[in-house]
Design a protein around this ligand. Structure first.
Ligand code: NDP
Length: 294
């Protein structure tokens, strides 16, 4: 029987635990973690994500310092704002919502965030620490989406060590850090991407597949071996015809209905990886707060 991995529920448990921990920290220090949320412009999807992150942060007791800037903000102005936040005592984590407008170089902005306040875990120093096995994960600021995937995998209670894991996608924010995390768990990791030959055959060998591509329902039933574990990171908006009416639907990178017949466990879209990403952002903010007391 295929297990449906309920990201909503796991994320809720994570948030409940974070709230308890923040309540205790507040009693002990008189302070709460602070998260600066920086959005430039008004991309609709970004506004939805920022709203959801802000709401969740407040619910667990994190103070949100909102910085919604106009589209015309230039790179120098944004760098100045980040410099101010880097030095601001009540800010433990800084989140810059991506994508930024085209006239701003994203990497320069991400690199300018102080590594200790890097709520997304994208700073080169934190990326480097993740790849060094001796660092203790407990204190690391780890990219939120792949860390959320790892928590879901660990929650299944199966031995990860020695498993063949295939990560489809090699982005800096999902695919590459996911591969690092799986490697740390002693999986044998393959990263597939747009130039991979015979990708279907590569996926078929996987005990664990993490799909982070951005192509609706690309991973088909015959790409997945029986009893594989499938984590679907993709969020794709497609139009579907329902009784003659065209409606928008969110689907993943995995052909869920077909693949779920044979998989041992699978995440749905929506309600899988998405809620975990936000919960892990809150986790990073609290880690940054706790690290500042060390
Ligand atoms: P990117 O566009 O940055 O990366 C996509 C990756 O997929 C690239 O490495 C690309 O390969 C690879 N790829 C593209 N086409 C193919 C193909 N036909 N076959 C094999 N590989 C292919 O995307 P992200 O990593 O940022 O996001 C991936 C998906 O995850 C998106 O749907 C996004 O919306 C979603 N997402 C979901 C989050 C969540 O919280 N649930 C968070 C972040 C992202 P190459 O490098 O060769 O171009």
């Amino acid at each position: 029987m295929t297990k449906l991995i309920n990201g909503k529920e796991i994320a809720q448990n994570l948030r409940n635990n974070l709230k308890k921990e923040i309540d205790i920290l507040k009693k002990n220090t008189g302070k709460v973690p602070g998260l600066a949320v920086v959005q430039v412009g008004n991309v609709a999807a970004s506004s939805v994500y920022v709203k959801a992150k802000t709401k969740s942060a407040k619910e667990v007791g994190i103070e949100v310092i909102d910085n919604h800037l106009p589209e015309e903000t230039n790179q120098k102005e944004l760098l100045n704002i980040i410099e101010t936040l880097n030095n601001q005592a009540n800010v433990d984590g800084i989140l810059v919502q991506l994508p930024l407008p085209k006239h701003i170089n994203e990497q320069i902005i991400l690199d300018s965030i102080h590594p200790d306040k890097d709520a997304d875990g994208f700073h080169p120093l934190n990326v480097g620490k993740l790849s060094i096995a001796s660092h203790n994960d407990e204190n690391l600021l780890i990219p939120c989406t792949p860390y959320g995937c790892l928590i879901m995998l660990k929650g299944l209670g199966v031995e990860l060590s020695g498993k063949n894991a295939v990560v489809v996608g090699r982005s800096n924010i999902v695919g590459k850090p996911m591969a690092q995390l799986l490697l740390k768990e002693s999986c044998t990791v393959t990263i597939a991407h747009s130039r991979t030959k015979n990708i279907e055959e590569v996926c078929k060998k996987a005990d664990i597949i993490v799909a982070a591509v951005g192509r609706p329902r690309m991973i088909k039933e015959n790409w997945v071996k029986k009893d594989a574990i499938v984590i679907d990171v993709g969020i794709n908006r497609i139009e579907v015809d329902i009784d003659g009416e065209i409606k928008n639907r969110l689907v993943g990178d995995v052909d869920f209905n077909a693949v779920s017949k044979n998989a041992a466990a699978i995440t749905p879209v929506p309600g899988g990886v998405g809620p975990m990403t936000i919960a892990c952002l809150l986790r990073n903010t609290m880690i940054a707060f706790k690290n500042s007391y060390k």
